[in-house]
Design a protein. Structure first.
Lengths: 190, 640
């Protein structure tokens, strides 16, 4: 589950090399260098977003949310830029970026796959749905596929409990999909 | 539309909108709430638009995309007014038939109607048992208006309560009315809203804030989402009235970012209200100024707590602080701040319009008005239900919810979100209100009501909630951070069949410490799921610990799957569907599960045709020895 705590222990823009850890499969883990090569940086957009909010400190979360939505992750450069512009210490920006589950310090896939683990979905079999999705995507919750196509995460409630268990792919909701449907949904993403 | 500069202008605008509409003209209302989105309601809408154009009915029939009417189980829901014919589970391919039969031919499409347990078809919305027993004073307007249209809201008498408050009542009178109505916070705490408002009003401070808490983090509850998506103006109206009573000129709507449609609809509503002069300077020509900002939450359960939410509003990490001084006195930027839940605000215009006497005539002695519950889980009619306080759980689950799915046996109902408790069958006749639920070890919470049947393991449920709370604990208090962590460890070990004698007592002791020592409501109520399941389902804990048996067959470590050699017909369905290839056999040969490879996912049990019923789930007993490989199946009589 991608939680605050789980995320802190994950590799991110801090340049500790995690690939040395034999327990983590190297293929699914990004180094900082690797991510910088793969993701084209657009400082211009970050600047536009910050300007839109008038560089107000209290809008820190809103700004980070917009950057996250636009770029699908928060890079070290983005955090430093925001920190400087808003006059908020980098440590505090980092704290916010690691506290909330909406933020990611590693690049997210083009398609965001969410499995709802809320209570209503749990009692109607979301652990099994999660197993099916893990099987179909070959990644675990919190991970991104190497081709950057999918990011899988779990969410505590999507608020459409009547349909449970719910699978959300980007902005599409799917209520109680069968194993075959999961495969079809995944195959339908380009 | 120009700015409305007086209550008379609002009334004129309403009459003008109504004069342009013909109440007898047929209108097709399609639910476009998030629930129906997943059933493809947008395609149904497009199909209607195209079909009306094709049949030349364009302009003669209105189409309206409405918010969620609550009956999510049967989406996409289409209601045709003025007759109020309700069609359920509508697919795009049904649309031509609806148009030709109902709109042109004025006849019913029987197959899309609600069918009761006796097979009787019910055509009209009000007659469907799910709706019939409800009292939809807050939620009812959802299906009558397009949430993106302020005109729809004004046509229904919207903002008339605001006009009444601003021009016919003093702020003190509004406050007095809300206090007399005894409106209690719908977000979970049940604190009287009027008292909170008064504290903020009387607190010293230059700027005062009013806040809508739409950080609906409780898994299993979605009434706030339905209200914000379906009727955002009624929440805004309540908020403006509250601001007037409190003397605030700035407000916030704090919405979870997981609710994109709610954020969009409330932002549109704010824009429209500004345009009409219902927000901003000199509202409706009075001297009262007020404006609202939308703030998206970035996903943290604990940030729904009032003091945490307010620090999040300031752009910081949303962690609770000790509330020796209440947020009503010192909240956002150290200023008095009044925070109420979405549903609480939505009740305010009703109280102002109809009076506290009307409001207090509904409900029980201590809890007035109605409450919206999210009735979900193993119940037939899942969805949002709004009932007067004091209705019994049995009425809600059986009369409105239509009983349990597939005729299973009821085990428990969980109320109050993760910090609530599980209520057993013996207490089903409990009248639901704030105080009664607390008495039985649960709570009202935000109104999630999750029904569980015999297939749910109560120890697993306790572990689920505890690990949820463990994940969401901000870690500030040791008791919560470490205490919940230890509770998870013990529950995990019980679920894995490694429970020891004395674990139950140890859990109880831990719960007491976590409850007494933690700072905010998350820690204080975290033991509820464990304590309530121990209280009512102690036998299940004992079965896990003493007999290493999970009575419901949920805890993976305590169950195994076994294919009965005398029943297996060698059809290869389970063999193909097993995700880990743990099943061996061939066509016409008895299939065998390799117990070492099996991950206990239960797929084989699910896919085995019911006429064979060859797969058994065993718990607390050894798996019988498998027949030798290559054993031929015993054909059942009457089969090839």
């Amino acid at each position: 589950m991608e939680t605050k705590r789980g995320k802190r222990s994950r590799p991110n823009c801090v340049s500790t090399s995690v690939s040395d850890n034999p327990e983590l499969p190297a293929s699914k883990v990004y180094h900082r260098q690797e991510t910088n090569r793969q993701v084209v940086q657009e400082p211009g957009r970050t600047q536009e977003i910050v300007d839109k909010y008038g560089a107000d400190k209290t809008d820190l979360i809103q700004i980070l949310l917009d950057i996250q939505r636009e770029k699908r992750w928060l890079s070290g450069d983005d955090l430093m830029y925001v920190s400087e512009k808003l006059d908020v210490p980098l440590s505090q920006v980092y704290r916010v970026a690691t506290f909330y589950t909406a933020f990611s310090l590693i690049p997210q896939g083009r398609h965001h796959v969410l499995v709802c683990m809320g209570t209503a979905c749990h009692v109607r079999g979301s652990p099994r749905l999660l197993d099916l999705v893990i099987n179909a995507l070959k990644i675990k919750p919190g991970e991104t596929s190497l081709d950057q196509k999918f990011t899988l995460s779990t969410v505590n409630c999507l608020g459409c409990c009547a349909l449970g268990p719910v699978l959300q792919v980007d902005s599409q909701y799917h209520g109680n999909p069968s194993a075959g449907e999961v495969k079809k949904i995944v195959a339908g993403c380009d | 539309m120009t700015r409305l500069k007086s209550p008379a202008a609002l009334e004129r605008a309403r009459k003008q909108i109504l004069s342009q509409r013909d109440s007898q003209r047929p209108c097709v209302a399609i639910c476009t709430g998030t629930g129906c989105q997943s059933y493809g309601c947008n395609k149904v809408y497009t199909a209607f638009v195209n079909e009306l154009a094709n049949t030349g009915l364009q302009g003669k029939v209105d189409i309206r995309q409405t918010g969620c009417p609550g009956f999510c189980e049967r989406g996409t829901i289409v209601v045709i007014t003025p007759e109020e014919i309700c069609y359920l589970r509508v697919k795009p391919e049904d649309v031509p038939e609806i148009v030709s039969t109902t709109l042109v031919g004025k006849r019913l499409v029987d197959r899309l109607l609600y069918e009761d347990s006796n097979g009787k078809k019910i055509a009209y919305e009000g007659d469907i048992p799910f709706y019939k027993r409800q009292m939809r004073i807050v939620l009812g307007n959802n299906r009558l208006l397009d949430p993106k249209s302020i005109d729809d809201y004004i046509a229904l008498g919207g903002y008339s309560a605001l006009a009444k408050a601003l021009f016919k009542m003093s702020p003190e009178q509004v406050l007095e009315e809300v206090k007399r109505a005894n409106l209690r916070g719908r977000g979970g705490g049940g604190f009287p809203a009027g008292t909170k408002w008064e504290t903020t009003r009387n607190a010293p401070g230059t700027t005062k804030y009013v806040i809508v808490n739409a950080d609906e983090g409780d898994p299993g509850a979605f009434m706030d989402r339905a209200l914000l998506e379906g009727n955002p103006h009624c929440i805004l109206e309540g908020l403006i009235i509250g601001a007037y009573a409190i003397g605030s000129h700035e407000g916030y709507v704090y919405v979870r970012q997981e609710y994109p449609m709610a954020t969009e609809n409330v932002s549109i509503a704010i824009g429209q209200a500004r345009e009409y002069g219902l927000l901003g300077k000199g509202i409706l020509g009075s001297g009262f100024n007020f404006d609202v900002t939308v703030h998206r939450g970035a996903g943290a359960f604990v940030s729904g707590e009032s003091s945490a939410l307010m620090t999040a509003l300031e752009g910081m990490v949303g962690e609770p602080r000790p509330k020796y001084i209440h947020t009503a006195v010192s909240g956002v930027r150290g200023q008095p701040s009044n925070l109420n839940n979405v549903e609480t605000w939505a009740n305010v215009p009703l109280i102002v319009n109809k009076g506290s006497k009307w409001f207090t005539s509904i409900g029980t002695a201590g809890s007035k008005g109605t409450k919206i519950f999210a009735l979900v889980g193993k119940v037939n009619n899942t969805g949002l239900v709004e009932v007067p306080m004091g209705m019994t759980l049995r009425e809600i689950i059986y009369d409105i919810g239509g009983g349990l799915r597939q005729g299973k046996k009821f085990k428990a109902v969980q109320t109050g979100g993760p910090s609530g408790g599980c209520i057993p069958e013996s207490l089903l006749d409990l009248p639901v209100d704030f105080d009664e639920l607390t008495k039985v070890g649960s709570m009202m919470g935000s109104g999630g009501m999750i029904v569980m049947d015999e297939d749910n393991c109560m120890v697993d449920i306790a572990r689920y909630f505890t690990s949820f709370l463990g994940d969401e604990s901000c870690g500030k208090c040791v008791s919560c951070r470490v205490g919940i962590g230890q509770m998870i460890k013990i529950l995990d070990r019980i679920c894995q069949g490694k429970g020891q004698r004395g674990d139950i007592e140890l859990l109880e002791e831990l719960c007491e410490v976590v409850r007494d020592v933690s700072l905010c409501a998350l820690g204080k109520t975290a033991p509820n799921p464990v304590l309530s399941t121990i209280r009512y389902f102690r036998d299940e804990y004992e079965a896990h610990i003493e007999q290493k048996r999970c009575p419901a067959g949920v805890c993976k470590a305590l169950v195994s799957y076994y294919i009965k050699p005398d029943k297996c017909q060698g059809c290869q369905i389970c063999l193909r569907d097993c995700p880990v290839e743990a099943i061996t056999g061939g066509k016409g040969l008895v299939h065998i599960i390799d117990q070492n490879k099996c991950t206990r996912c239960g797929t084989c049990l699910e896919v085995c045709p019911s006429r064979f019923a060859a797969v058994a789930r065993l718990s607390g007993e050894p798996v019988p020895a498998a027949p030798p490989l290559g054993t031929k199946v015993v054909r059942q009589k009457g089969k090839q």
